[in-house]
Design a protein around this ligand. Structure first.
Ligand code: ZN
Length: 65
């Protein structure tokens, strides 16, 4: 047995912790090249660019299996 809490949490304390639970909406940004909506600070999954000209991923569609 590992470390365990010394005493039971009250319903108030439990509720205070759970008051911060929420779903976070990801910040979606349209790509400057292909204008598909993708997450900011990520490589665009549809055209594979990041910050304008950088091509990091190669576009492949149903060629490898
Ligand atoms: Zn794109």
């Amino acid at each position: 047995m590992g470390a365990l809490p010394k005493r039971k949490l009250t319903s108030t304390r439990r509720g205070m912790r759970r008051a911060h639970w929420r779903l976070v909406v990801p910040s979606l940004v349209p790509c400057p090249r292909c204008r598909a909506i993708h997450m900011s600070h990520r490589v665009c999954p549809s055209c594979g660019t990041y910050s304008g000209r950088e091509v990091i991923e190669i576009k492949t569609k149903k060629k490898e299996k």
